[in-house]
Design a protein around this ligand. Structure first.
Ligand code: 3H9
Length: 718
């Protein structure tokens, strides 16, 4: 203490202030300052290396604390550099091997102080330090699989050494963050700091200054006998929660290498597996999905100057499945809600539905009974509009009928306070037409939730022609508060998601008339990676609903249009899907679908009646007919300006329609496949099937110019 404590403090900065070094009583504080999340962008690793070199060589320094400035520790490698690498472009991805060895071999103790998130490369840097301390709400994780890669800076080698093989497998396969307490229990952290992190870390460093710890060696790596079952169950887990994904399998292989090879050889193996992930299209698509989700919050005209209105009181019309789900989403976000319906039975059913959902959460240990009681207590069920005049936001979630919605909005206009935002949960109908029934069309916005609304992340926010910027900003902020991904869509029938769903659904029906069967179509789609097949979706959403919406929107009313034959017949037979136990498939009490020979016979009969020759289809043909129908309609939406970006369309499909993340969404699927190929196929379908396959002009234009939808989003389409 005498030796070091008396020296004058000094300050240094490295790499243009990305990394700073100050001293306090002989303890160096290395601060990484690269907003917003201290990613390891070019310059940051170099700055850390220079700071560590200073720590090592400066006799006045006896230990160091490494900490992040702002809201977090290092949140990982810079994903924009990673994105370049996935496209094979020159990228400055940090080669961290030397840096991590330098930290690990530093002769002075290095304590890493964590707040916010130490993710990916951030945790990998932290694990090279001699000790890690964190505040209690910090989280650590190896979320690389979410981006289609594996930890590439020795996380797969250091993590099993620190936390054990089982924990490392779990973290690298699920990608889920681990809370500080859990990280402490498994050995990733050495201490939790109460109060000020920096002060706590400095005092920890001072008391551990003369005891630099060597890297955890092999004690936790286990034996082949113990590890065998762990790897086997990690494979099972990966297959279950990350179906068809490449990276989780590579992560398991890398951790296996840690247990079988020495540290250096294991790092080499990790590098090979990491590079294989970068070369796989899945990383391209998942990185795209990461940025796509963040881009959709950026809406032209909605800058920082447009301030969202505060939303504390929400009122909902309709206690059906949607209304009840929206109410749960609201109370889960801490809001108070009123729900109005027209009959006591409807309200009772709504409450039962909500209670039942929460009971399941209690059984799964997500909530306690008290938490549920408190949440349900924030919902007021009522048969009148009492209290609606105080609401900041009213969401109509009634039956999908224009006449009904117009009536409701007329009533709301009379009672809502000035400044109240009026949202409609319509999934297909015109927001402008609904808004026109009020004297305040600027206050009306579409808030299209997806079922179950308390679970599904997507919120389609429909901007009518009169919707004001403030109302749109309020809708975006409200979505964020609910933990949803809000995507702004223009007002066209079906908006983004359902407008694309129509041609997809109808094409599936034409396919079964031409020779495929619902089970084959669904198997082809789930094989492609969709969460569910389209016929299973139709049965879940209700064949009656699909038929009603189709009639409401006047589909197939133009002369000569080919109309799907089977769905109508099922509707007439009262086969509405899951709710009636029969639809395209038959459902038992467990809601499991099984085949119904009656439906197969009906399909064959209707094909014959219409004179359509049946033939066999390969799964690839099926996928082409369906997924390219999505792509073509998506390109039309973009061209017509109803979607702002191709990446917004992808975000809609990834979060609301079960499109596989590792394919990046329908538009990204087309980018990866190549627009020339996609345009050629669609042109071929146009020749074979006529007008419904008319290629979107934007698609043809981009394909002819050798561009893709990413170029369109970046304004590089010319
Ligand atoms: C990795 O580390 C590989 C290594 O193993 C190997 C290396 C060789 N890079 O999400 P937010 C941006 S892979 C670049 O809205 P939040 C984000 O785009 C990486 N940018 O905030 C957004 O920008 P904008 C492993 C990043 O508070 C802004 O920061 N790490 C990065 O809701 C705010 O983000 C991960 O996968 C990044 N790493 O959540 C972590 N991270 O404002 C990924 C964020 O212009 N990140 N941005 O739209 C996250 O999970 C969340 O962003 C985080 C903050 C929890 C950190």
């Amino acid at each position: 203490r005498r030796l070091f404590g008396s020296r004058k403090p000094f300050e240094r900065d490295f790499m243009n202030q990305l990394v700073k070094l100050t001293t306090q009583d002989g303890i160096a504080v290395i601060t990484i300052d690269n907003p917003p999340v201290n990613a390891l962008s070019p310059g940051v690793p170099e700055g850390i290396a220079a700071a560590i070199a200073e720590v090592g060589s400066n006799p006045e320094i006896r230990a160091a604390v490494m900490i992040g400035a702002g809201r977090t520790f290092i949140a990982g490698a810079d994903i924009s550099e990673l994105e370049k690498a996935t496209w094979g472009l020159p990228a400055e991805l940090p080669g961290l091997h030397e840096l991590l060895l330098q930290i690990e071999n530093c002769p002075k103790t290095v304590v890493v102080a964590i707040h916010g998130t130490a993710f990916g490369g951030g945790l990998e840097v932290a694990m090279a330090g001699h000790y890690r301390v964190a505040v209690k709400d910090a989280v650590v994780g190896q979320p690389e699989v979410n981006l289609g890669i594996i930890p590439g800076a020795e996380g797969t080698q250091r993590l099993p050494r620190l936390a054990g093989v089982e924990k490392a497998l779990e973290m690298c396969v699920t990608g889920k963050p681990v809370k500080a307490a859990d990280a402490l229990a498994c050995g990733i952290l050495d201490a939790i700091v109460d109060g000020d992190l920096l002060a706590g870390a400095v005092s920890f460093a001072a008391s551990h200054a003369d005891r630099p710890k060597t890297r955890e060696r092999n004690e936790k790596l286990g034996s082949d006998e113990v590890n065998g079952p762990l790897f086997a169950s990690a494979f099972e887990l990966a297959k279950k929660i990350r179906r068809n994904q490449f990276a989780p399998m590579q992560a398991i292989a890398a951790i296996e290498a840690a247990t079988k090879m020495g540290f250096e050889a294991g790092c080499g193996r990790e590098r090979e597996l990491f590079d294989a992930c970068l070369r796989n299209d899945q990383s391209k698509s998942l990185v795209h999905a990461f940025f796509a989700e963040r881009a959709c919050g950026k809406v032209p005209g909605i800058g920082k100057d447009v301030v969202a209105l505060p939303v504390a009181q929400v009122a909902i019309i309709g206690a059906g499945t949607m209304g009840a789900g929206i109410a749960m989403a609201c109370v889960n976000a801490g809001l108070s809600v009123r729900i109005k319906d027209t009959t006591q039975e409807a309200l009772d059913r709504g409450l039962k539905n909500i209670q039942g959902n929460y009971d399941t959460s209690v059984k799964r240990g997500r909530f306690t009974a008290e938490q549920v009681a408190e949440r349900v207590g924030r919902i007021t069920f009522q048969l009148n509009y009492s209290g609606f005049e105080q609401a900041d936001l009213i969401i109509e979630a009634a039956f999908e009928s224009m006449a009904l919605k117009k009536q409701i909005f007329g009533e709301l206009d009379a009672i809502a306070k000035p400044g109240c935002v009026l949202g409609s949960n319509t999934s297909t109908l015109s927001i402008d037409e609904i808004a026109a029934t009020t004297k305040r069309p600027e206050a009306v916005v579409g808030l299209h939730f997806f079922s179950p609304a308390n679970v599904m992340r997507l919120l389609e926010i429909v901007r009518g022609k009169a919707t004001s910027n403030v109302v749109l900003a309020t809708a975006l902020a409200f979505g964020k508060k609910l933990g949803k991904v809000g995507v702004v869509a223009g007002n066209c029938p079906g908006f983004i998601g359902n407008r694309m769903m129509f041609p997809y659904m109808y094409e599936a029906q034409f396919l079964i008339e031409e020779g495929a069967l619902p089970e084959q179509v669904d198997a082809a789609l789930t094989g492609f990676g969709m969460a569910m097949g389209i016929f299973a979706v139709d049965d879940m959403a209700g064949i009656d609903v699909a038929c009603r919406v189709r009639a409401e929107l006047g589909h197939f009313s133009e002369p000569g249009a080919r109309k799907p034959l089977v769905q109508d017949r099922l509707f007439q037979m009262g086969r509405y899907g899951q709710k009636t136990g029969r639809g395209w498939f038959i459902y038992g009490a467990d809601r499991k679908a099984s085949l119904d020979p009656e439906v197969t016979a009906l399909i064959r009969e209707l094909s014959a009646e219409a004179g359509i020759a049946r033939r066999t289809f390969t799964n690839d043909e099926i996928v082409d007919r369906l997924v390219l129908a999505l792509v073509n309609e998506g390109a039309k939406l973009l061209d017509e300006g109803f979607a702002l970006r191709a990446s917004d369309i992808d975000t809609v499909y990834l979060n609301g329609y079960g499109f596989p993340g590792w394919r990046g969404g329908p538009m990204m699927y087309a980018n990866v496949r190549g627009l020339a190929d996609v345009a050629a196929k669609i042109t071929e379908f146009h020749a074979a099937f006529g007008a419904r396959w008319e290629p979107a002009p934007l698609l043809l234009k981009l394909a002819a110019a050798g561009k893709n939808f990413r170029d369109f989003d970046a304004g590089r389409e010319q």
